[in-house]
Each structure stands twice: as structure tokens, then as C-alpha cells.
Ligand binder design. Sequence first.
Ligand code: ZN
Length: 399
Amino acid sequence: MIDSQKQKKLKIIPLGGCEEVGRNMTVFEYEKDIVILDMGIQFPEEDMPGINYVIPNIEYLKGKEKNIQAVIFSHGHMDHIGAASILLDRIGNPLIIARPFTIEMIKHRHEDYSKGSSKRLKTIYVRKLEEKIKLGPFTIGFFQVDHAIIDAVGITIQTPVATVIHPGDWMIEYKPVGRQKIRYNHLSKLPKPTILMLESLGSTNTKKPVTEKEMLGNLKRLIKNAPGRTIIATFSSQVQRVEQILEYASEINKKVVLDGFSMKMAVEIAKKLGYIKAKKETIIPINKINDYPDKKIIVLCTGAQGEEKAVLPRIVNGEHYFIKIQKNDTIIFSSSVIPGNERSIQRLKDKLYRLSDKIIHSDIMDVHTSGHSNVWDIQKSSKRLNQLTLFRFMLIIFS
Ligand SMILES: [Zn+2]
């Protein structure tokens, strides 16, 4: 985008996440000043032995470190924050801006990477979405979005030549449970011209979206009628769903076991921030699982993508110390298939079918809502926002 009189340009430079899944990182540069959105990792392919993850190439930022006003993070998924513990140091540790849950996730990852390093972070916690932050020629605003993790936000970046609207990862929840439906109309009042940048992960998905109300109704029915234990594998950062299941478990007097390092960590952070208010007695430690009748037990765990060391594959492979699959267990995949993981998930399901009679996943019943906008959402949003410029080049953003 160019200011014709002064020839001043806003440059938008994706360093990752464009035409690929993962390692999302976008540079916004006006004159000399820079703000960055997200620093994510990409998970390795099967033909990358020895590689733990792939990070964005930051060559473009060499020599420009002092111009970086801040790094803003849209939400706490690894493909948006995972590279921060490596890259922030390399660009001179600039200010980081995000919602509380996202910053806490970044801090935790920093500590995991190098003990004590989170103390070096310069942070601004965005506690109210109405906050505006001035960074040189940029004015940063925030707006709520629905996504598969709490505290996900969209970002607006006002510059002297245009306003960028970037929802990050997002979808439209048509029937939210326990909260208001999000409206986006206010974005149409932003200074024009506006540039709308949308993720394209679900942009070819024409399936009618599953609503949270339908999904939760199905999960509750399955949990209530389960003849034995209910084992639900979901994404570790899916804290809102964990909270909803905890609430329902306490309502029908069942007990919940949480298993998986990343899931327990996300729930701990959410509890600390007051986002999870489950009754203390609803969650039981895993070593108490056999103190209750099977019917009373819900296991919430990681491993829905078939990741070798995560909880569900370990259970299925007979490597879990406390849990073995029993014939009357109900196993639910409350998750979607991350592109690239199709084979490992199929292998996991094949093994499971030999062990239990009740395996439920999204092809059988709506037990998951996608966190990514599909054709319906994208059409609605672009019509409503009445964009002067719709960024035709779609960013591939993934969670
Ligand atoms: Zn995401």
C-alpha cells in the first residue's frame, strides 16, 4: 500500500505461514519502523529425522533490530508462539504484546527452553480489548475472535497509509455456549483503506460448520450414556472445552482425570488466571482412577494426532502405567486432523478398533468444532466488513 504523494509504503512481509501450514510470522514495515505478528514453529515432516521443529527465517530482519517496535502475538498455539523462545533473543528482545493466557504460555515455553529466560521478556498484557497501543507510526487495536484456544484475538494495525485487519486464526461460532455471539461490525468503522488478511486453512472447506451447542450436546450425551469410562482426546490448549467438560462432569457427579504434560500445563495457567473455576473435587489424580466405578470416570488427554509419546497412543500401545483400554471404554476424538498427521491418526484408530467397540470421531458424530474459518465464515466476514481492499493473497495460518 503506497501513499501516492509522499511515496511512503507499508510493506507486509510473511516470513512464514504463507502457502504453508505453521511457522506463522508476518512483518509490517512502514518507512523504517517494524511491528511483527506472531513467531510460530512448524512441525517436522516424516522425512525430517532429527528435526524437532522448523522456525521462520529471519534474515530479512538482520540490521533492522533497532527498528522493531514490538512483536504482537494473536494467540497461544505453538504455530504462533513456538519460535519466540529462540527468535526474540536474536532480534534484541523487543517488547512483546499479547493477552494474558498467551503471554503466560510464551513465558512457560521460554522457561522450558532456557531456565530464567522469561525474566528478560518485556511484556504488555492486553487486559482490555478496547486498549489501543501506539508504536511509532502504528496504532495497534484488538478484537475478540472465536478460535480453539482462550484469549485468541484479532489485531488491527493502523498506519498512515492503510489499516490492516488480521483476525489471526479464527472462525465464526454461530451458537456459542455460555457467552455472547461475537460481532465484527465495528471493524467496518476503521480508517480506510483497509486490508483484510484472512487465514486460508479452512477456505476450501464447504461443509456446514458444526456449532458449539451441537458439539457439546453430543459430547454430553456420550459421557452420560457411556457404559464404562469415557476417554476424550483433544488438543492440549483446548482449555474452554476442558472447562465445559469439567462443569458437566461435576453436574452429573463424574470424576475427571487430566493427562498429558502440555494439557496439564495449559489448565494450570488457565486456573491461575481465573479462566477455569472447576470444583476441586471434580479433578482426581491419575493414581486414584481405580478408586471409582468405571462409569464415573472421564479421562481428558492428549494424543489425538497419534503423536507417539502423547497419552492416547501410549494407552493404546499398552505403555501407560495407569490406563489400559477396556472393551466398554468410549473413546472420543474431539479434534480435527492436522494436515500431515493423517497416517499416524489412522494407525491409532486401527489399533483402537481392535481394543474397544466404541470409537467416536468427527466422521461419525459432530464431537469437535473446527477453530478455522471455512467458506461460510469467510463469505460472511468479507461481505459484512465491506472492504475496499480484500487481500486476495490468503495467508495460510494454522493451529
Ligand atoms: Zn491457532
